[in-house]
Structure formats: C-alpha cells, structure tokens
Write a protein that binds this ligand. Sequence first.
Ligand code: HEC
Length: 105
Amino acid sequence: MKNKSLIIALLLIGIGLSAKDSLAIKVFQTYCWGCHHQTAQAFAPSFRFIANHRTRAQMLAQILNPKSSYKRLGYKINSMPSFSDLNASELNAIVTYIQSFKDKK
Ligand code: HEC
C-alpha cells in the first residue's frame, strides 16, 4: 500500500496536535479560566479579543510580567497575577491556544 505511510504520518500529526491542545486546555482550565473565557468578556478580556489585538510577544509579556505590561496594553490597573512559573511548553501551548480564537478575515 503506497498511501500507508502518508496515513500514518497524518495520524501522528493529529496525535501531536491533540496532545498540544490538551496541554493548552489544561493550562487554561487550571490557571486562566477563572478570569478569562474563550469568546466572551468575563472578569478579564476574552481570548478572542486578545487574539485579534495582540502579538505573541505582547501576550507573553503580560503572562510573565503583568506588572510591567498592563499599562502598555492600555489598562489603568493590574489585577492579573504573574504566571512566570509556567514552563516553555505550557507558555507556547497557551499562547497558540489564545491565537486560535482570532477571527478569520
Ligand atoms: C485573577 C484573574 C486573572 C487570571 C487568573 C488570569 N488573568 Fe489574564 N488578565 C486579567 C486581567 C484583569 C487583565 C487586564 C490587565 C491586567 O489586569 O493586568 C488580564 C490581561 C491578560 C492579557 C492581556 C490582555 C490584552 O488586552 O491583551 C493576557 C494575554 C492574559 N491576561 C492572559 C492570561 C493567561 C494566559 C492566563 C492563564 C495562564 C491568565 N491571563 C490568567 C485577569 C486574569
């Protein structure tokens, strides 16, 4: 079967993606969901709003060091704690997850 390796490759990509998604969802539900929701404004702006207005670097700056980022993003007060103890995979996963809510043009 000629297509077999292609099918296996696609399956592996699929597994890789869903493993990443589940890490993102774990981070989201553990640390972010109390204040941020995916598409609706809650205590904090929605991931959709963030995805449509910010770069990855701006998101990371806020997640790692909100005290020095909030003013640059136009907020008057800072009510978000720092999540600087997330590891690189968790940070990457949550930022990619936020970006997945960007509206298609
Ligand atoms: C205690 C509530 C709270 C939690 C928990 C929280 N945030 Fe926030 N977040 C806020 C608030 C409030 C703001 C608005 C700016 C500020 O207060 O610093 C904000 C702002 C942000 C912004 C920038 C918003 C913008 O306009 O671009 C990002 C990105 C962000 N949060 C990501 C996260 C992520 C990712 C998590 C989970 C790891 C998280 N936040 C957890 C309350 C929270």
